[in-house]
Design a binder for this molecule. Structure first.
Ligand code: NAD
Ligand code: MG
Length: 360
């Protein structure tokens, strides 16, 4: 079992990473202050893990559950309203605790509901996708989508504890596992070269869902993200390196339509584009590019632009991306393997060349 503390003064909280955490009250009960909890999950995760979680709460006071429909399309204010309805109908008071059992969608929504309900109640994250374990566990971002933009309504709000149970990853669809691994690889690329080497050696174990290898990777990613976020809790310069590959990835998601490519798949192709651009700019050599591509391939992740998407499509989509400040395109590029920085002086010709190399 791994345990790390996210240091945020009085809002500090632990992340517990291991197996058989879900039904074990010792990991959960110390973080519940009142006599009420409400478990928020969805219709895919509930049949798999709800009973196990509730088993650990058998002797607890009032336990309510809310099973929401599955999907990013339901990460909305309307669904949030359903959470509030449930809490009010069941008379949850200010000392209640919300428990998010699910992937990033459930985590973001439940966290935001906790931030708003009666001006803020406790919440616990039990992320059940690799992506949620390595990304949403740290950083305190919660929220919902608006029809005019993803994650546009939200709050920074920290959980009391995060329980990342590797056993839940056994049922994750293959594509979702790979999509999570894309974000795992990202940490190696942007800030942790030794971890990148570890991944080169252990990728077969991760793909085989070896729980010890997964736990090590989740622990390492959470530590890396916590270190980056600690430098500035609310988005600014350094935190932006976490968006490595994401400007390109968002362009892919926007043009392909959300849902056709998983976020992690789009980020994987985007990381190759950012890597190729870093090489064109002279920061890294072809050998490093080949290693990065090989690692993505071992994780069964795409390295090419989606068929039919043109350079023009990227330029158009990237111009409206929120990473554009003052009309200058800000891109996260590699200075070397394991070291990313923000660049706002990329010549358009080099950008186009990188996109073409990736099949645009
Ligand atoms: P998701 O929550 O939609 O989960 C992906 C799919 O896997 C869903 O169908 C889900 O029901 C299913 N699933 C979840 N756990 C499962 C399990 N153990 N076994 C089988 N199926 C399971 O997507 P995600 O990739 O976890 O998260 C994406 C969301 O997270 C996005 O909305 C994104 O904005 C958000 N996000 C937030 C942060 C943050 O810092 N708060 C960071 C990254 C992403
Ligand atoms: Mg991401």
């Amino acid at each position: 079992m791994h345990c790390l503390n996210v240091e945020l003064g009085e809002r500090s909280y632990p992340i517990v990473i291991g197996s058989q955490l879900l039904g074990d009250p010792q990991y959960l009960l110390p973080y519940i202050r009142g006599k009420q909890v409400c478990v928020v999950t969805n219709e895919t995760v509930a049949p798999l893990y709800l009973e196990r979680l509730l088993g650990g709460l058998a002797d607890f006071g009032q336990v309510d559950t809310l099973v929401l429909p599955d999907g990013e399309a339901f990460k909305t204010l309307d669904t949030l309203e359903r959470i509030f309805d449930c809490l009010l109908e069941k008379r949850h008071n200010r000392s209640t605790t919300l428990i998010a059992l699910g992937g990033g969608v459930i985590g973001d929504m439940t966290g935001f509901a906790a931030a708003c309900y009666q001006r803020g109640v406790d919440f616990v994250q039990i992320p059940t996708t690799l992506l949620a374990q390595v990304d949403s566990s740290v950083g305190g971002k919660t929220g919902v989508n608006h029809s005019l933009g993803k994650n546009m309504i939200g709050a920074f709000y920290q959980p009391r504890v995060v329980l990342a149970d590797m056993d839940t990853l056994t049922t994750l669809p293959d594509r979702e596992l790979s999509a999570g691994i894309a974000e795992v690889i990202k940490y190696g690329l942007i800030c942790d070269a030794p971890f990148f080497s570890w991944l080169e050696e252990h990728m077969p174990k991760l793909m085989a869902r070896d729980s010890q290898a997964l736990a090590y990777a989740v622990d390492r990613c959470c530590r890396d993200k916590a270190a980056v976020v600690a430098e500035d809790e609310r988005e600014s310069a350094r935190r932006a390196i976490l968006n490595f590959g994401h400007t390109f990835g968002h362009a892919i998601e926007a043009v392909q339509g959300y849902g056709n490519w998983l976020h992690g798949e789009a980020v994987a192709a985007g990381m190759v584009m950012a890597t190729e651009l870093s090489r064109i700019r002279g920061a890294i050599d072809g050998e490093v590019v080949a290693r990065i591509r090989a690692l993505l391939a071992a994780a069964q992740l795409p390295q090419e632009s989606p068929r039919g998407m043109t350079v023009g499509d990227y330029l158009e989509a990237m111009a409206v991306d929120k990473k554009v400040l003052d009309g200058r395109l800000r891109l996260v590029l590699l200075r070397s393997l394991g070291d990313a920085q923000i660049c706002d002086d990329t010549p358009l010709e080099q950008l186009k060349e990188a996109l073409k190399i990736c099949g645009a």
